[in-house]
Design a protein. Structure first.
Length: 361
């Protein structure tokens, strides 16, 4: 029915709409001319009828044989269709990615995806691809885009931390946690700045995993002993596991000594503190093995594979007066070169975490 064909073609309003018609025809009638509507028209119509069909489409500036112009919206829609529902159409994903022509176009695709599919992986196209594709499939996707000068994850903007971040995520996601992999990856962190970049990159890439909070993820996935080992690995390079939060309560660093009391006040002072300070002075003047002193015992908790929070707090409660605390700080400093420029209170914060307030008390 040629007239029915012309009426149907008259309903096509743009080149993109014609492309959608051809795509829908291929999906609905794959066994009819292998789903190729143009091939079907050419076979079913004679040359005069084909000329009229072309003329009908040309009124809407549509070229019957021309492939539709591929834009960011087209690619975005195809990627969504390839990933939604049960199972993933990997071939569809590769085909869509192959139509990306530049880094700018890839940014447009991600932007369109975030606008159109907010309920699908929170509009995060890259996050969706990571979840839907396995490692080898993801590698193929990266290769397809790399040939077009496109970095799928934009690693350059993530401070070169993506490998560590991805490794940490893979070690924690799903059932079970690969603790050894986490320890190895943390050993690759070079300094405090690098660690901050890792945490920031994790927040950007894995917003749906523990809300992008790497510290919270590690605390939830690891036992206390395993978490202490993580802290110890980082501390070997003077890296603080968690950022230092300023406290308004009593500081742990040595304070300025109190003013000397007036002569008339001395008679009312308990002599025990004076004797204790004198004892501390004598102890400092005597050579001693740090491991046998209070500071040495606290340091032992720092350097071990695990930090016993309760033991550290118990040891701190043995400190009596400013003079003894100054001695303890000196002992820890001699044992741990990382204290220089950091401060003992900072080390305590790193090891005690939320229990630091107890230590201050």
């Amino acid at each position: 029915d040629e007239d029915a064909v012309y009426r149907a073609l008259a309903g096509v309003t743009s080149q993109r709409a014609w492309g959608e018609v051809k795509e829908e025809f291929a999906n609905m009638y794959p066994s009819f001319y292998k789903g190729d509507v143009v091939a079907a028209l050419k076979d079913e119509l004679n040359e005069e009828e084909m000329g009229r069909a072309r003329g009908v489409l040309r009124r809407s500036d549509v070229d019957l044989e021309e492939a539709p112009t591929v834009d960011a919206l087209d690619i975005c829609t195809r990627l969504y269709k390839a990933m939604k529902g049960l199972g993933t159409d990997e071939a569809g994903v590769y085909s869509a990615l192959a139509d990306v022509t530049s880094p700018e176009m890839w940014e447009d695709v991600k932007t369109e995806f975030s606008k159109l599919y907010k309920s699908f992986y929170k509009g995060d196209l890259v996050g969706g691809l990571r979840e839907e594709l396995n490692d080898s499939e993801m590698a193929k996707a990266r290769t397809i885009l790399k040939k077009r000068g496109v970095d799928l994850e934009n690693k350059a903007k993530q401070g070169g931390c993506v490998e560590i971040v991805e490794g940490l995520y893979k070690a924690m996601k799903g059932l079970g946690t690969d603790e050894d992999a986490i320890f190895r990856l943390l050993s690759d962190v070079t300094d405090q700045g690098h660690w901050e970049e890792v945490k920031n990159s994790f927040a950007v890439i894995y917003t749906g995993f523990h809300k992008g909070n790497l510290i919270a993820a590690l605390k939830d996935e690891l036992s206390d002993d395993e978490l202490s080992k993580c802290k110890a690995i980082l501390m070997r390079k003077s890296i603080l596991f968690t950022p230092v939060v300023q406290q308004d309560s009593v500081p742990l660093e040595p304070r300025t000594p109190a003013p000397t009391p007036m002569p008339e006040e001395r008679d009312h002072l308990d002599t025990e503190p004076v004797q204790r300070v004198q004892s501390v002075h004598d102890d400092v003047s005597r050579p001693a093995s740090p491991q046998k002193t209070l500071g040495g015992r606290i340091f032992d908790e720092f350097k071990g594979q695990r930090s016993d929070t309760d033991e550290i707090i118990r040891l701190l409660r043995e400190v009596r007066g400013v003079g003894e605390w100054e001695r303890v700080v000196g002992e820890i400093s001699r044992c741990h070169s990382a204290v220089e420029g950091v401060g003992v209170s900072v080390l305590l914060k790193a090891h005690l975490g939320e229990d630091y307030t107890k230590a201050e008390i």
